[in-house]
Design a protein around this ligand. Structure first.
Ligand SMILES: NC(=O)c1ccc[n+]([C@@H]2O[C@H](COP(=O)([O-])OP(=O)(O)OC[C@H]3O[C@@H](n4cnc5c(N)ncnc54)[C@H](O)[C@@H]3O)[C@@H](O)[C@H]2O)c1
Length: 355
């Protein structure tokens, strides 16, 4: 079993382990909902695919961005209340990023915070969303507007779940892996370029290596800047345009796929503004091309799209903040970007990737 420790300096109590292995979580989960002190929120598809794991009274969540809202949080809180959950009880989130974000938020406010364990079942949630303590829900058409920083007590990553993950969901998660490589790790970038066949085949040792590396990178960032005052902002690479793409496409485009498009379009914007060099833009295109990502995006509702960029919670009163890559493995933050310049960039035919 691989282990990554997230060491939060201010308190050992809030530090935690990420455990990574193949086929171990069944033992941890089977029948656990029958104990009074454990409560489970489980993704609907995961529940059906792995039904022997989930005996007893559990909360089943139909994961969709449209259900990632305060109503679902309210339902989870009621579920906990009906089960007479107490303050030292534990809530398990078993599913992708949606289950983790929503259940994590519920755990953070039920009785002012109860124990919370993440059991991520998508690649995206294994490499990114289950680690670091960001929880939350969408409010109207603004992504993740309501939420909290609330660290899990443990993260259990079982790659068995990836054996049933659909291809498009795997690709969505892989975009976040590429994000980590572009921001922090040139070796990971080269590894992804040279090992495409094994990566897409999900060869177990290769996938565990990638997940572990991403968790190490995220742990380091979170240890340094838990509440996103500085370096953690880098993890928003591709997310400012990406969130707008998610909203404008009414969430037809999956989070990671929107992030891939966002990474490319933000880089194209930054290149045109002289913020980054052509070599970086080429490196970004190269890796996404190798993994067959479609980087085009045709904006549907221009006003909605631009407003989504303007109302991004990463925006400051002084302008839009973009995370960028200045070179493969080196992330930078550019702040004070004028929304009008982004509007001009997307006007006319500029939303299409130049051929
Ligand atoms: N908190 C954070 O730091 C953070 C970081 C990145 C993304 N996010 C959020 O994560 C969400 C996206 O998460 P996601 O990509 O995991 O999507 P998701 O949770 O919607 O899951 C994607 C789909 O995969 C299915 N699924 C899950 N596990 C499966 C399995 N093992 N086998 C078969 N099907 C399975 C689900 O039922 C769902 O249909 C977005 O809402 C995004 O905003 C949060």
């Amino acid at each position: 079993m691989e282990k990554v420790h997230v060491n939060l300096n201010y308190s050992k109590y809030f530090s935690y382990d990420i455990l990574i292995d193949h086929n171990f979580v069944d033992n941890e989960l089977r029948g656990i909902a029958n104990y009074n002190r454990a409560h489970l929120v489980v993704d609907k598809n995961v529940c059906e695919l792995y039904n022997s794991f989930f005996v007893g009274d559990i909360f089943i969540l139909n994961s969709s961005e449209h259900n990632k809202n305060l109503n679902t949080v309210y339902e989870i809180l009621n579920f906990m209340k009906n089960r007479k959950a107490l303050r030292n009880d534990t809530l398990f989130a078993v599913g992708g990023g949606i289950v983790g974000d929503v259940a994590g938020f519920a755990a953070s406010i039920y009785m002012r915070g109860i124990n919370f364990i993440q059991v991520p079942t998508t690649l995206l949630s294994m490499v990114d969303s289950s680690v670091g303590g960001k929880t939350g829900v969408n409010l109207g058409d603004v992504k993740n507007l309501v939420g909290s920083f609330y660290q899990p007590k443990k993260v259990l990553i079982d790659t068995l779940f990836l054996t049933t993950l659909p291809e498009d969901e795997f690709k969505s998660g892989l975009a976040e892996v590429i994000k980590y490589a572009l921001l922090f790790d040139k070796d990971l970038y080269e590894f992804l370029i040279s090992n495409k066949t094994d990566v897409v085949k999900r060869r177990e040792d290769v996938i565990i290596k990638i997940i572990k590396r991403c968790c190490e990178l995220k742990a380091k960032v979170v240890e340094e800047d838990e509440t996103e005052q500085g370096i953690r902002k880098l993890l928003n690479l591709g997310h400012t345009f990406g969130h707008a793409i998610e909203v404008d496409s009414d969430h037809e485009i999956k989070h990671g796929i929107a992030v891939a498009k966002g990474i490319y379009l933000e880089a194209l914007f930054a290149y045109e503004k002289g913020m980054i060099g052509k070599n970086v833009l080429d490196d970004i295109e190269k890796i996404f091309e190798i993994y067959d990502y479609d980087l085009n995006y045709q904006v549907r509702d221009f006003t909605l799209f631009i407003n989504a960029i303007g109302s991004d919670k990463k925006a400051m009163s002084s302008g839009i903040v973009l995370a960028l890559t200045s070179d493969v493995g080196s992330g930078i933050i550019k702040s004070g970007i004028d929304l009008d310049s982004i509007k001009k960039f997307f006007e006319g035919a500029r939303w299409m990737r130049p051929q």
